[in-house]
Design a protein around this ligand. Sequence first.
Ligand code: HMG
Ligand code: MG
Length: 298
Amino acid sequence: KWPERVMIKEVGPRDGLQNEPVSIATEDKIAWINQLSKTGLAYIEITSFVHPKWIPQLADAFDVATSIERVPGVTYAALVPNQKGLEKALASKIDEVSVFMSASETHNRKNINKSIAETFPVLAEVVREAKAAQKTVRGYVSTVFGCPYEGAVSVEQVIRVAEKLFDMGIDELSLGDTIGVANPRQVEEVLGVLLKRFPKEKIAMHFHDTRGTALANVLMSLQMGMTTFDSSLGGLGGCPYAPGASGNVATDDLLYMLNGMNISTGIDLERLTEAALFIQHKIGRALNSHYLQAMASC
Ligand code: HMG
Ligand code: MG
């Protein structure tokens, strides 16, 4: 019933730090990513090559990407919204390029300043060039389970965007519950439809924990056969262009649960906790994850 192994993709340095009011020094980001690289994580999304005015917290993307120690076996990924971002990402020798857009029109506009129809050709070109440069490409669809501006999002809207992204040649699709509104029954229904069209091996789940349902949604996804999950250490994160969005499901909470269920990930919880304490100290407030809070009170 349960998978033997799950792939956890750490998005804390990107999704986590993009929404933190405190700005973290470049050297601290580098030190943190280097620590994360030694926890057994096989995938780290380290930054975004977006416009620095839109996401000032990640304005040092190039320095971060070119200064970290690249541990063999770890894939280092970054968000890329367009051609300009791709040029910098390729110059920084990132391993994987992540393009992103939304299933809902309004969030897409607020987040990347384009309609959905205008976004497709921009991303198609990014995917084409990234592939020509021998990079793997991940595609994100945001607002899969609900939009902060439009409310309900139909599964047909998700399919339309997902199909286009797969047609462009993405290797993996990440389904974003951007504002943490999903519940397990909805996850079952949406995945039930999507898995009839797309192979589950090519889909990752990206849950934010705004309303405390993220781990329940992970559990339902596991039952539906999903084995790749995005998470953020300590529960850092959110989307600045999605009001009310808070952190991703916490990597440490997720790992604690999977360890207890005897589902392997290759990640060392003790080392991961050390990395969480490091970034917590730099951020200067207690992080949200249950695991860290339990450790602090034991
Ligand atoms: P725009 O203003 O429409 O861009 O922004 P433009 O193409 O019209 O260009 C305007 C100026 O920006 C030009 O400069 C460009 O060169 C420059 P000028 O000629 O005026 O001096 N420019 C850039 N500069 C640096 N890097 C670039 C870049 N592109 C253009 N890449 C843009 C469009 C997409 C760039 C902007 O809207 C943007 O950066 N948005 C990013 C928003 C973002 O990062 N959101 C958070 C990530 S998504 C997320 O969190 C959801 C996710 O986690 C999944 C989930 O939870 O659902 C992934
Ligand atoms: Mg996100």
